[in-house]
Design a protein. Structure first.
Lengths: 915, 433
């Protein structure tokens, strides 16, 4: 919590007087509202948003500005639209300013339905807070209210337009910030309507942020509404999104053993104020019927429920006689992966992805550790003034990074316009207007069109080998000692020249790539560009997108991928296979997966959710989702972050690492059991010193705040003594949690806890997410005490590495086959979120995408069916989608329902159906 | 040029039947000589001439035109389009929407080439390469006459590439607006022209720096621009000599209300209210003048004892109102002033763009209170709320000038006709019905 301490004089600081009190602030170019909130003052506002900045629409943040010391009259100004200047004298508490602010609230409430008791925003409503803050209590308006009809906006968002106060934040976020097209301001005067032209699901993948951006109850969480709970009754804990590798910080909320919703947990270095819809709405898999709740064991071909100790004993017996092979998971915590690695031995620990993907992960991990350039945090990516995206469809594989790059794309033109036209960075409408037709140095090379293309100056549609060649050629343009690729066309060379020149001219260039295409040469090309920029003296950063929440962490532990695991199983008969929170059928093609499982004497699967591997396993042990367990994960940034259980596990389920540890001890592979998670982390970091920072990602279980654990429940939680009265009148003791310093209680204080332990942003008078400014060192800055997480890797300041050898441009092949590459979708490509009903309803069908000309060659048409034959997989029929992509290439949407795993990138024979 | 024409340079050539003056007739009357003169000068010289003439914008705000142009970043002195790269725009604000105002219509229907010439000279002065005429949709006659005139001017080489043998290219494009009052405000107009909602923009940046699509843009009213060819042709001193006072040139004045001969006149700037009312034949028999809005709906009432106020920018301001568009609306003693203000506030409430809170929510509340007064259901507290709104919707508290303008007639009516408001409350009816 913020307490103001008068600052001592600093260079570059200016002073201003607010209500007679002198403040010294580093506020050059900031607006007065930003400064007041940063100082911890209570000043009401609506249309301003820390990420969307100022437009001056609501007029709520009015204050009095005085010309000089002699001025006694002053004049009303809007603080959000006023730049702070040295010596400025203002009053927030001036009676006329207060009266005006109260009047603004009265106007805003003229048409508001006053339906707070039944409003889904209740308990965290910024409008409610501001009404109280401005003191508007009695309405004088005595005429009829304007009313609206609401729309069905799809599975994620409720629409209740009558509550709207026309702050315009929704369309400014949805259209300007996130690039959506289907939400508009319609109508005029006191009849402005924010909605779609017709009913229908909001198309943009960041639509869920409207729930938090809207200061009242117009846009609310429709998934929460299905199992509504009052906000102060939600039990919360700090968590990390498990649906991609960006590592967005989240606040899941639980009541009566059910996960009810997910909100953004601000982290200045990571996700800032926002989440993508997969991250916000994927949580419903936790409540899904696919959860494994009981240990199961096969009797013949059929799995039957058995008791936990018996299941663990059977598993221990299976792994005790011979060395076992372990399959870890990029979606499981470090602790679980490490426990499995400890059980089977480091040499026998593999990752549940193909060897190609595992080696790509290792390659990216090596680049993170050794350079050439530091990895960009999301905040740093936001600052970049030139961007090259090589091969990665960031929008679909790392949505929040894409949202950030969308903003960064305007940095260079905005900086130029602000300088030339003397604009303030926070004057959002003016800056956007000034750069309306200008695009910054932003380049995308990809196989297919991406949703970021619209902000790019140049986009190239290329085969993976050409994308790599473009990168290598650009690196060569920047630094001639960087190896040049062979077989490069004049067009590609010209493009490389433009990219090289633009990146070299930038101060903070960023190179983005990732594991998405599965092409190591593309990753290497990205590294070469970054290295060339570093050698040219630029503060270049790199951003490599890992596919899953803990891909990087798991890759650091694993010896190889599933193909290597298969070889190890074949090399020595009679081994058991232990699979932890992974479905090998998602890692390799079905035949390979079957062969791997059938080569084992016993298959033991530990997971929280059913899948093909669990179905095939002899022994199944129920583990916990992120909502019921604590653990650590490493994001694409190399940031170790801790998530904490929101609710206790329901026995017999327990954290996967506990099952694994129990088996290891029972099988005699480990002398004694780990007592808590801190012990696992200590063992892990002792064995893998490069992970030492994981231990500092959050305070350990012994941490106490004022002698108490940090409560997961709010002080306002209701019904504590009655919640389980239908079972027993005796209030049960709170569940124990040996793995964290959090408690399943409402006792104790959370205010003052380190940011990594705080899952409740609340301050007196500020019940909405807007209370965040009370927890930030400065608006949009770090959380007080530092943003959560620890960056594990910084490459050596002096780059001593060498360039990767350049691979040449190959283009398509002439043998009639197509290069088959993977395609990703925010909705559908990720395993767990696809089990959430809302996400599932937004997921498309399995399909094959290819160019019009390739369709014509094969007699295919959009909407028709193609037969796809690839080595090592059954031929399959897929719906045809026609897109803009080069000839000789086709893409398949991996992970989508009904889409089997294919060996991609690879080659495919594509013909008309039935041929 | 005869004395009669000297006094009415803007309208002298408009035919009695108000049919559009064809190009040949316009040229015969000296048309496009101003453009020839301008192009023979540097843009800076043209700006200086207009600045020296003292011409002030006729759209309502009265901002000095030459100064407005001078804010366009021109690069090297003397003018060159190569300063920042990209287009520069001249936009003709022909979205004449102020209640009681129809002066631009007269000018555009009757003498479209005069407007084109003014726009071309202005475009030259700021080195714009594209000019838009943002025309009110209902002005179909103007659209016809202007469209024909643009084609004629293109054919004659006044518009297009290398105008009159110079190296300067200019195109003129007509835009029929979907039409809202808000489009009369220049930044709202620019947003509408971009195909976006007609909401105003914050200033700074001013359009001259960041206007249409973020490019330097000058927006001028029709009547402002039609003065320009005459200033360039005859010189700033001639322009100053047109009026007896300090505010130079002529003005198209209008009078509406229950007068014997309401209409439009071109007269020297500074003509008094009384002279104008006399020209309109005085009040209809049996009626007395109770007050008037001197410059359209968004100006303060002048009272019946302010008949000798000179209708120029400074004199009207000194009298407590604004010259505005110079087209007055007269209130007589048989018309309910509350009803008149209601009709205005309903208009303004409807035309609020809905962007800022005070205007969007305040004006409809004001209108509903006035309606309630008229229906006899008004309360004493309503008058307080009305008075409060006059102060609450003052300049600086709202995003643009629409609401401050809207409460000018309300605030002045509450002072001048307080008794009438009180009677509505106490008699629980409109005494005029």
């Amino acid at each position: 919590m913020k307490t103001f301490t008068p600052a001592t004089a600093r260079a570059g600081a200016i002073h201003l007087t607010i209500d007679g009190r002198r403040y010294e602030v580093d506020a050059e170019g900031k607006n007065l509202l930003h400064v007041c909130l940063s100082l911890g003052l209570n000043l009401p506002y609506f249309c301003w948003h820390p990420a969307l900045h100022s437009v001056g629409a609501c007029r709520q943040c009015a204050v009095k500005l005085y010309k000089d010391e002699a001025d006694t009259k002053g004049r009303i100004i809007m603080s959000c639209m006023t730049a702070v200047t040295d010596g400025m004298r203002v009053s927030v508490e001036d009676p006329e300013a207060r009266m005006f602010r109260g009047q603004v609230t009265e106007w805003l409430m003229v048409n508001h339905p006053h339906d707070c008791p039944i409003c889904d925003e209740g308990g965290e409503c910024h409008l409610q807070d501001m009404v109280v803050m401005t003191g508007h209590a009695y309405r004088r308006y005595r005429f009829t209210k304007r009313t609206h009809r609401n729309q069905d906006l799809g599975p994620f968002i409720n629409h209740e337009m009558n509550r709207c106060i026309q702050c315009y934040r929704c369309i400014r976020f949805y259209r300007d910030y996130a690039g959506g097209r289907d939400l508009e301001a319609l109508g005029a005067h006191d009849d402005v309507y924010f909605g779609r032209q017709t009913d229908g699901a909001l198309e943009n993948e960041f639509s869920g942020n409207l729930v938090e951006v809207c200061p009242t109850g117009v846009f609310t969480d429709k998934t929460l509404q299905k199992h509504y709970t009052r906000k102060w009754d939600l039990q919360t804990a700090p968590s990390i999104c498990v649906h991609c590798a960006v590592g967005c910080n989240t606040i899941p909320g639980e009541r009566y053993g059910m996960l009810r919703r997910v909100r953004t947990r601000y982290n200045g270095e990571v996700n800032g104020y926002f989440l993508c819809d997969r991250g916000r709405y994927g949580y419903e898999f936790v409540n899904s019927a696919s959860r494994i709740r009981q240990p199961l064991a096969k009797n013949g071909d059929v799995q039957h429920a058995i008791a936990g100790p018996e299941a663990a004993a059977r598993a221990a017996a299976a792994v005790s006689s011979a060395p076992a092979v372990g399959i870890g998971s990029p979606r499981a915590s470090l602790e679980t992966n490490f426990a499995l690695r400890t059980l089977v031995g480091p040499a026998n620990f593999y990752l549940g992805v193909s060897d190609l993907h595992a080696s790509n992960l290792k390659l990216m991990a090596k680049i993170l550790k050794e350079g050439p350039a530091p990895v960009a945090s999301i905040r740093q990516a936001r600052q970049s003034d030139a961007v090259l995206v090589l091969g990665e469809d960031v929008w679909n594989t790392a949505p929040i990074l894409a949202l950030t790059l969308r903003q960064a794309s305007s940095n260079a033109p905005a900086a130029a316009a602000m300088k030339q036209k003397k604009l303030n960075a926070w004057d959002d409408a003016a800056v956007r207007e000034a750069i309306r037709h200008e695009k910054g140095p932003f380049f995308i090379a990809s196989v297919e069109e991406t949703k970021l293309d619209e902000v790019a100056r140049e986009c190239y549609r290329m085969a993976p080998s050409d994308i790599a060649a473009l990168g290598f050629a650009a690196a060569h343009e920047i630094d001639p000692s960087s190896p040049a690729p062979a077989g490069v066309s004049e067009d590609l060379q010209q493009a490389a020249r433009r990219i090289g020149a633009a990146l070299k001219a930038a101060e903070r260039p960023l190179v983005v790539s990732g594991a998405g295409l599965g092409a190591p040469e593309v990753i290497q090309a990205a590294a070469n560009v970054a290295r060339a920029l570093k050698k040219a003296g630029r503060d270049a950063l790199i951003s490599l997108v890992f596919p899953e929440a803990n891909s990087l962490g798991a890759a650091l532990l694993a010896a190889g991928g599933l193909d290597a695991a298969s070889r190890a199983m074949a090399a020595r008969k009679g081994q058991a296979l232990v699979v932890a929170e992974a479905d090998v059928y998602r890692g390799v093609a079905a035949k390979s997966a079957r062969d791997l499982l059938s080569s084992a004497t016993h298959v033991i699967c530990i997971d929280h959710t059913r899948h093909a591997t669990a179905d095939a396993a002899e022994i199944v042990l129920p583990s916990c989702t992120y909502a019921e367990s604590s653990g650590s994960m490493i994001s694409s940034e190399g940031r170790a972050q801790r998530f904490f259980s929101v609710m206790p596990p329901v026995e017999p389920a327990k954290s996967a690492w506990r099952w694994l540890d129990e088996i290891a001890v029972a099988a005699g592979k480990k002398p004694s059991a780990w007592q808590d998670m801190d012990e696992v982390i200590r063992a892990m970091t002792a064995e893998l010193p490069e992970l030492i920072g994981v231990g500092n990602a959050a305070p350990g279980a012994n941490y106490r705040l004022g002698g108490s654990r940090v409560p997961r429940k709010s002080i306002r939680e209701s019904g504590r003594t009655a919640a389980t009265a239908n079972i027993s009148l005796h209030e049960p003791p709170p569940a124990k949690d040996p793995d964290s310093p959090l408690a399943y209680t409402m006792e104790g204080a959370s205010i003052g806890a380190p940011a990594s332990l705080n899952a409740r942003f609340w301050s007196p008078g500020w019940n909405s997410d807007q209370s965040l400014s009370k927890f930030q060192a400065e608006v949009s800055g770090q959380l007080i005490g530092g943003d959560p997480g620890v960056r594990l890797f910084e490459p050596p300041a002096q780059d001593t590495g060498t360039y990767f050898a350049a691979t040449g441009a190959n283009g398509p092949v002439a043998d009639g086959t197509l290069i088959l590459v993977p395609r990703y979708h925010v909705f559908g490509s990720e395993e767990l979120s696809s089990l959430a009903p809302g996400i599932a309803s937004r997921t498309g069908a399995a399909s094959l995408a290819l160019s019009q000309s390739e369709c014509e060659k094969r007699g295919l048409h959009a909407g028709g069916t193609a037969r796809v034959t690839v080595d090592g997989a059954e031929p399959l029929e897929l719906a045809v989608v026609v897109t803009h992509m080069p000839e000789g290439i086709a893409s398949v949407a991996l992970g989508m329902p009904g889409m089997p795993v294919l060996p991609v990138p690879g080659r495919a024979i594509v013909t008309g159906a039935g041929k | 040029m005869g004395w009669e024409q000297m006094l009415k340079p803007l309208t002298a050539d408009i035919r009695a039947d108000r049919a559009a003056l064809p190009l040949a007739a316009y040229e015969a009357a000296g048309g496009y000589q101003g453009l020839r003169t301008a192009i023979s000068q540097t843009p800076f010289q043209v700006q200086q001439a207009v600045t020296a003439s003292g011409l002030r914008g006729r759209g309502g705000a009265g901002f000095p035109t030459g100064m407005k142009w001078s804010f366009v970043p021109m690069g090297a002195p003397g003018g060159s389009t190569a300063d920042t790269g990209g287009h520069r725009y001249l936009v003709v604000n022909a979205d004449e929407k102020e209640p009681g105002t129809m002066k631009d219509r007269w000018l555009m229907e009757g003498n479209p080439h005069q407007l084109l010439e003014g726009a071309l000279i202005a475009a030259w002065a700021v080195q714009a390469d594209i000019a838009y005429i943002f025309l009110r949709r209902e002005y179909t006659q103007c659209a016809q006459s202007l469209t024909r005139a643009i084609a004629e001017a293109q054919k004659a080489g006044y518009v297009g590439e290398r105008v009159l043998g110079s190296g300067w290219n200019i195109s003129i494009r007509m835009h029929m607006s979907a039409g809202r009052y808000m489009c009369g405000e220049e930044s709202g107009l620019l947003n509408a022209l971009e195909g976006r909602r007609a909401t105003p923009r914050n200033k700074p940046p001013f359009p001259q720096v960041s206007g249409l699509w973020g490019r330097p843009t000058v927006v001028n009213n029709v009547e402002t621009l039609v003065n320009v060819p005459h200033i360039i042709r005859e010189g700033p001193e001639w322009f100053k000599s047109l009026s007896p006072g300090s505010d130079p040139g002529t003005k198209i004045y209008g009078v509406s209300g229950k007068l014997k001969r309401p209409g439009l006149w071109e007269l020297p700037m500074g003509t008094t209210v009384r002279e104008l009312v006399d020209l309109a034949g005085g009040m209809k028999d049996g009626l007395k003048l109770r007050g008037l809005l001197p410059g359209g709906a968004s100006t303060d009432f002048l009272s019946a004892d302010q008949m000798d106020v000179k209708l120029d920018f400074d004199s009207v301001a000194k009298a407590g109102s604004r010259l505005g568009t110079g087209t007055m609306i007269v209130l007589d003693d048989a018309t309910c002033p509350v009803g008149m203000v209601l009709s205005l506030e309903k208009f303004f409430a409807r035309e609020s763009c809905g962007f800022c809170t005070p205007c969007r929510e305040g004006l409809p509340w004001v209108a509903r209170i006035l309606e309630s007064l008229e229906q006899g259901t008004g309360e004493q507290r309503d008058l307080e709320i009305l008075e409060q709104h006059v102060g609450l919707l003052a300049p600086g508290r709202t995003f643009c000038a629409l609401a401050p303008g809207a409460v000018e007639p309300l605030g002045s009516a509450l002072k001048l006709f307080r008794d009438d408001f009180e009677k509505h409350v106490h008699q629980k009816r409109c005494p005029w019905k």
